[in-house]
Design a protein. Structure first.
Length: 318
């Protein structure tokens, strides 16, 4: 049923035309229409239609009614999103909380879930079992159920090998990626990490105090003197096989005596020199922009050599 608008009274004289134009505009720009089929008359671009049968909101784009969820797809909004290893079972469970999270037009003011890889389905793996040396992608999943627009449907989580399209449990309508986690290189266990909003930090002491974690080591005593890709970056920065899902990487570097190192986004303007690191006692912490094709480096000096450990990155979630 559409909204009913009262007729606008018209006056004789010079203002009649203006009033008639106003009446036409009011009748045409109807703010909302609800029913089991979209309106066909007096419609304008940007008008909304609510399907009462399927409980979905549509917006008119040209001559096509598009689901508002398609327009808002991958539009993720959040406040104080935190993802980290579970205190009790840190190797196979993740704790996920947020003060507010919204996706495809639906939101919840409180999210608190434990994702357990012991099982499949809601708050577990979408399929299969946990494997070593593998990137997994963390999703918020939404079950609309019988919820109407403006009310809160059911929110849960899911872990998947797929970076864009997880296998949703029965009854779930939407998903949005909110994080990623890689398992250890030799065992089927999560690496230790802490994610605050979209900033990810590796938290094991063997990387933070004195770097020795092989899983975080992406370059060991590199000696190339022309820009070359950091081939092992995908060990610590989410990589889909075609693109890195980060735009900033935090790292620790250690250079040989008398060495210097440049690190920059891969496949960028060759005039960009990148971040220059100088040899010093101990480890140097830095943050480097990252492109979808990763990072590249070169070393210089009298005895060129450089080592890199990734300690964190900013994830492109949503």
């Amino acid at each position: 049923m559409g909204q009913n608008y009262p007729n606008v009274a018209t006056n004789a004289g010079s203002e009649t035309k203006n009033v008639e134009n106003l009446k036409t505009r009011v009748d045409s720009v109807r703010s909302c229409f609800s029913g089991t089929a979209p309106p066909t008359g007096n419609i304008v671009d940007g008008q909304f239609y609510y399907d009462t049968a399927n409980k979905k909101l549509y917006e008119l784009h040209g001559t096509e009614w598009l689901p508002i969820t398609a327009i808002l797809k991958n539009k993720l909004f959040y406040k104080n999103l935190v993802i980290t290893n579970d205190d009790t079972t840190p190797t196979t469970k993740l704790d996920i909380t947020a003060d507010f999270i919204s996706c495809v037009g639906y939101s919840t003011s409180s999210l608190s879930k434990t994702l357990d890889t012991a099982g499949t389905g809601v708050n577990g793996l979408d399929t299969g079992s946990l494997a070593s040396n593998t990137w997994y992608y963390i999703y918020l999943i939404i079950d609309l159920g019988s919820s109407a627009i403006g009310t809160s449907p059911t929110f849960n989580t899911l872990l998947s090998l797929n970076s864009t399209s997880p296998t949703l449990p029965s009854g779930y309508d939407y998903s949005v990626r909110i994080g990623a986690i890689r398992t250890k290189s030799t065992v089927e266990e999560f690496r230790q990490f802490y994610q605050s909003d979209n900033s990810v930090y590796y938290t094991n002491t063997s990387i933070v105090d004195t770097p020795s974690d092989a899983d975080c080591n992406v370059l060991l005593a590199g000696t190339v003197t022309t820009f070359t890709n950091v081939a092992n970056l995908g060990k610590s920065v989410p990589y889909t096989g075609t693109a890195y899902l980060s735009r900033n990487v935090r790292m620790l570097s250690n250079l040989g005596a008398g060495s210097s190192m440049f690190v920059r986004p891969a496949s960028v303007n060759t005039a960009i020199g990148g971040v220059k690191l100088h040899a010093t006692t101990g480890w140097i912490q830095s943050e480097v922009p990252c492109s979808s094709t990763g990072l590249e480096y070169k070393v210089g000096g009298t005895t060129p050599s450089g080592t890199l450990y990734v300690i964190g990155y900013n994830d492109i979630i949503g």
